[in-house]
Design a protein around this ligand. Sequence first.
Ligand code: BMA
Length: 339
Amino acid sequence: MSEIKLICPPLPNMPWQDKPAGCTAPMWRHTENPIIGRNPLPNVARIFNSAVMPYEDGFVGVFRGEQRDGVSHIYFGTSRDALHWDFEPDKIPFTDESGKPFQPIYAYDPRLVKVDDTYYAMWCQDMYGAAIGVAKTKDFKSFTRIENPFLPYNRNAVLFPRKINGNFVMLSRPCDNGHTAFGDIFISESPDMQFWGRHRHVMGRTSCWWEGLKIGGGAAPIETDKGWLMFYHGVVNTCNGYVYSVGAAILDLDEPSKVLHRCASYILTPEEWYEERGFVPNVCFPCATLHDSETGRIALYYGCADSYVGVAYTTAQEIYDYILKYDHASEDDKSLGRR
Ligand code: BMA
């Protein structure tokens, strides 16, 4: 197998555990999972589906906090080691571009991505139905909400960590206003994070059972010399409800609507008690990675059973070899995705 290199800054202080002896899977769980337990804040029952990033000499994150009234909002957290987190007690107080308070009615499944010198958070919120909200910050002290990028209904927006051919690029998953029994990943471009176009289809559900119902973007794609490494979620409908697993694919560096490789097998699926048991059982929902160019180490942050946050590890080489071993990218996946 050919060698793969991550194109990103070094991150020697990221969390890491070596692959346990005898593990045959391409990804292995942090032994102290879940890293965030129930009732982490006075008014928050559960934190899950959340995104983290390196910042200064530690880490920051935007967290889906489901309040005790059942409404989700985005909370800000900091950590020295990316495993033990301190949260602000109140949801992030967003302002609009004129400085006035501008709070979504609800907000969930945040991702956090740095492009140039600005950090962008994106999430799902109400805009006359499920839609994508976006805010930007440079200091994590003030968060400015900017225009919603897409019409409803849409979820699972994930920005790429750099402009491609001069434009911002965002994945999303058009959907309905409920528990959406369908869904493919699409991609859109913008010169300014305000006006979006050049929409393309990236990839859809497949005949593989674990992603046969719908798929959606997960963590921000990681740049490698072989293409963008994308972790996403795939869903199967069973007689006892939806099961969410993690999948992986490699997208073309310059035309990321083209899928170069796509793994027919999931790389993480609910197996542990904190993934199988919770508010919504059987959910592994990836939202972020930390990764280190020097070692190729990757730590995936994922929501567990809509109740907890878990971490799982792999390396760029391990996951790339696994994707190639079970590659089943179709001609449709490999196409530009424009009809
Ligand atoms: C999806 C999203 C996720 C959630 C999942 C399982 O539709 O709403 O936030 O983790 O369902 O409940």
